[in-house]
Design a binder for this molecule. Structure first.
Ligand SMILES: *Cc1c(COP(=O)(O)O)cnc(C)c1O
Length: 248
């Protein structure tokens, strides 16, 4: 791998800082427009900035500009950033391995990526040990994609029932990353399906299962997600510019 010269890095950085304010304005306008179209107000939609690979000063500038929620994908990266992050709501949105859970307990307000009972059980166990309850979203593999995280829709209810009895975990909603589509409109059937699962599970009124958040929509399709009922969108590159590499 080639070493980057410092000046190049600094240039990148200054550019990101400059663009951020305008990017945020555009994203907020789009959120507002989609919210109104779906019969809601922008205040009902949580904008979560997806901050993987973004340097802390840039994240803190986003917080200064009014971003209230951030989500990180990697436990190590999150832990490295935590001590210097401005006050904001920190969440975990990446794939989570059991042996890393301990670093998240008490450090994040929400783990968005629970997709199996074993993981939920371990989060519960460590939460109880720490005298806390951890809020989670259940991630759904809405497109039935192989090699993708998330519980398949057919097994969603069973997983909910099993998590429902765990003392250290509170389910707060659902999260999904639909298949990559050429046009953002093509994602809408997936988003609508998620909205249906969200409503169906809510109607069952299970213990410890609260449907407060439907987290779906990223830079390319957050407006479409909101039109289909999302109340949390996770936006990275539309705020911070393209990433040099991809972590999902
Ligand atoms: C990176 C990431 C996002 C944001 O992706 P963009 O396309 O940059 O907006 C959202 N959700 C998850 C889980 C991510 O990993």
């Amino acid at each position: 791998m080639m070493e980057k010269s410092l000046s190049e890095t600094e240039q990148d950085y200054a550019e990101k800082m400059r663009d951020l304010e305008e990017n945020l304005k555009v994203v907020r306008e789009n959120i507002e427009e989609a919210a109104v179209k779906s019969g809601r107000s922008a205040s009902e939609i949580t904008l979560l900035a997806a901050t993987k690979t973004v340097a802390v000063p840039v994240i803190n500038r986003a917080v200064e500009l009014g971003v209230t929620h951030i989500g990180e994908n990697r436990v190590q990266e999150l832990c490295d950033k935590l001590p210097s992050l401005a006050p904001c709501d920190r969440q975990f949105i990446g794939h989570l391995q059991s042996n890393k859970i301990k670093f998240l307990i008490g450090q994040v307000s929400l783990i968005q990526s629970v997709d199996n009972e074993k993981l939920a059980k371990e989060i519960s166990r460590l939460s109880v040990t720490n005298g806390t309850v951890t809020n989670v979203l259940v991630e759904v593999n809405v497109g039935h994609e192989e090699n993708k995280s998330g519980i398949v829709p057919e097994q969603l209810e069973e997983l909910m029932v099993n998590i429902s009895s765990l003392p250290g975990v509170l389910v707060r909603g659902l999260m999904a990353i639909p298949p990559v589509c050429e046009n953002p409109e093509d994602s809408m059937p997936y988003f609508s399906r998620m909205q249906q699962y969200y409503v169906d599970i809510k109607a069952k009124r299970m213990d410890n299962i609260h449907m407060d958040f439907l987290s779906m929509g990223m830079s390319s399709d957050y407006a479409q997600a909101i039109l289909c009922g999302a109340n949390m969108v996770r936006v990275g590159s539309a705020l911070f510019g393209p990433r040099k590499y991809q972590i999902l």
